[in-house]
Design a protein. Sequence first.
Length: 493
Amino acid sequence: MESLLSLSARRVASRPPLPPLPPDLFPVLFGAALATRRPLVLRELVSAWPFPVLHLQRLLGRQELLRDHPCKLCLQAVILAVVAQLRRQLEEPGRARTPLRVLDMTGLPDSAPGRTPTGMSVWSGTVALAKACLELSKHQREFQRRGSKRHKGRSGTAAAAAPQPPGVDVHADLFVNGTSYGILRDALRSGAAGPLRLKCREFQAEELSAAGIAALLESLDPAFLRRVDLRFNNLGLTGLSVILPHLSRFPQLRSLKLQYSNVDVRRPTPESAIGIRCLAGQLGMLPSLRELNLGSSRLSGNLRQILCDLRAPLESLELSFCSLLPADLAFLSQSSHAASLKRLDLSGHDFSQGLLEPLRLLLEETSASLLHLDLMECRMADAQLAALLPTLRRCRRLRFLGLYGNSLSTAALKDLLRQTVELPDLRLVVYPFPADRAPPETSGWNSEESSDLEDVSVKVDAEFAGMLADSGRSDVVWTSNPYGHKDLDFFSL
C-alpha cells in the first residue's frame, strides 16, 4: 500500500506546471513522475534540482518500478533537461547555476528489444548519452568561437577565455557494439573536458575488434570502472593479449567477463603455452579482481596455469562449458579460491562419471561461503544427485541452485526439496522437468502433446509449491523455467 506522501506526490505530478517546491519534496515527486511516466514533469524537476547528485536508482527504490513502467521517454527527458541546463550555463555565464554536478544512471534494468518496446535498453541509453555529450561539446566550441570573435572586434586583441561552468558528470553503464562504436568513441574523446562527461561504471562490448575495444578502454576514466564484459567478441588468446594490458589502469576493476571469447587450449602447442602464460600474467595485474567468467572457453587441464598469478582469491567463478578435467576441479578444491567462492557455475560438464567426486570435494571446500550454484545441463541422474545431497545440505548459505537440463525423476526432486528446505537462505531452485513425467519422444512437433506437457508442468509446480507450504517455506521458489528469473549479480551478493 502506498503512503499518503506517495499518493500526494502522484497527484501533484499529474498536474504540471509544478508550483514552487521545498527541496525535500523533489525526490518523492521525481519518483512519482517516473512511476506515472510524466516526462514534462521530469524535465521541470531536473531543471530546478536542488541537490548536487541526481541518482535515479536510489530514487526508484525498487528496480521493479522501471520494469513495470517502461520509461524510455522519461529517461530521455532527464538527459534532455540536463543538456538544456548546461546550454543555458554556457550561453549565460552570469546566470545563477543549479547545484547539480552528478547524474547517476547506473543500475537501471535493461529493457531487451522486442520485450518492452517503449523501454530503454542499456545500448540505446549509451547512444543517447553519447549524442548528448557530442552535442554539448560542439555547442561549447561554437560558443567559445563566437565569444572570441566578438571580443576581438571590440578590443582588437584576443581575450582570455571566459571561465567555464563546472558541468555535470554522468555515471553510467555503457554497452557498445559495431553499430554504436563510432559515436561512443567520439563522445569519450571529445567529452572528457566538455560540459557533460561520461564516467563508466560497467563496460560491455560485443562483436568488436581487439583494437577497437582497447581504444575505448583507453578513453574511460580509470577511477570509476568496476566491471568489463567482453562476451561474443571472438578474441582468442591473441586478442585477449591485446586488451588485457589496458585493464591494469583501472584500480577498482572487480569483475571481468570473457565468455565466448574463442579460447581453446585443449591441445597443447608452444603457441598456446605462451598464450596461457601471458593471460595468467595479465590477470595477475588486476589487484581488485574478484569475479571471473571464462564460460565456453576450452580449458581442459589448464585452470591452474590460468589462475596461478591472481593476487587475491576469487569470489565468483563461472566456468560453464569449459571442458574441465578432474585435475581442474582438484586444483580448485585445494586453492585459496575455494573458501572464498560465493558464486560458482559449472554448467555443461558431464558429472555422470569421473567428475562427480571432484565436484563433491570442491563443494565441501566451498560450503561455508557458497551462495549461488549452477549445475545446469550436467548429465546428472538420480544417483549423482543423491551422492551430492549430503554435501549440498552443508552449504548453509546457499540462495540459488540451478539444476535445469539434468535427467532427474519426480522422486529425486521431491527428496531434494525435503532435504534443502532446511537451508535457511535458499530462495530459488531451477529444476528440470521430471524425466518420468515427460512424454515419449516423437518425430515431429505436436500441439496436443505440447499442451499436455504444459498441463503436467503446472501440476508438478503445484505439487512442489504444496510441499514448500507444508514445510513452512513458501518463501522459496521452485521453477522449471530457466529464463523466468534474474540471476544474482556478483555486486548484490
